[in-house]
Design a binder for this molecule. Sequence first.
Ligand code: PHB
Length: 389
Amino acid sequence: MFKRSLLIATAGITLAGIVGVSHAQDSTFKIGLILPMTGPFASTGMQLESAARLYVAQHGDTVAGKKVVLIVKDDTGMPDATKRLAQELLINDKVQVLAGFGLTPLAFATAPLATQSKTPMVVMAAATSAITEASPFIVRTSFTVPQVVTTLAEWATKNNVKKVVSLVTDYAPGVDSEKYFNQRFIANGGQVIETLRVPLRNPDFAPFLQRVRDAKPDALFAFVPAGVGSALMKQFAERGLDKAGIRLIAEGSVTDDNILNEMGDVAVGVVTAHHYSAAHDSALNKKFVADFAKANNGARPNFMAVGAYDGMRVIYEAAKVSKGVGGEVLLNAMKGQVFESPRGPMYIDARTRDVVHNVYVRRVEKIGGQLWNREIETVSDVKDIGKTR
Ligand code: PHB
């Protein structure tokens, strides 16, 4: 106990001193992957870990002549745990990179440690706009909520949606979803008749959906994090919102590819915007989906998986350039990388360290007996519009 609090109390001083020195002589290249492997967001952890391991399996476990060591830690989705695990990975394991971060609060909790220790921190999942501003050592390979919801708002305006109710999970990416969707929709002449926020932990959608039904919008606009969409969809059908003629449009996490097939026919026709669909038509994506399924009992990769897969790509290529050295050299080699991802073309903006990629409007369709997010429109090279600078 004493050792732990001393570690935490002195972390600010020791991190700056210890980390970095031992990297150069080491024959390993260590990546500390912190993920929610248990608890309500375990599906996110499973997707991220499987995709990171797939990248290593496909590209080899040596980079710049060093053996790649992936150290996976379970933070159960709690920020205090993420921070403690990051400290341990930095001080005890001397990792060259911190990666993962399944939810926004987990990324924010760790950002100061990345700055103090000058360790690149690759955000593979969390999507609140402001995350990349929390540390100059953060590089993001997931997506940003403003990128996708503004694209959806444009689509809604053009497709006869005039009145919406918004319903979001009550934490940072939900607040971003509400703000950026509603702002753009209203600017385009639409009307937001009610804004609802549901709790992050153990949400009960029923009373909120009853209010949506009573408000009679043309559409419900929704955001819930990965893994939670099937509960929302079930309640949407049970409350008869579909029968009442209320359309569901959503941030793409709602029709998460990993759980889409569980949702049943109520999901058919739901329109979302996102940066990745497992149905994306490219040779690289087909191989990614097939290899992921093969390694994971037939499971389908979702957007979390692609964030981890691309994050590993960014780390590997940067490590080649830095010759396995960590710190700022490694960080700088991550900036500006341009490549083809299973999601389509993408790059890391060298100035913001944030991801730039296509955003797809997708409609859920039943194809060959399975539900897919079929891409119906593409907006190219979308940057985050939520940045304050
Ligand atoms: C986030 O916490 O930033 C987050 C998590 C899951 C999502 C989207 C955003 O599906």
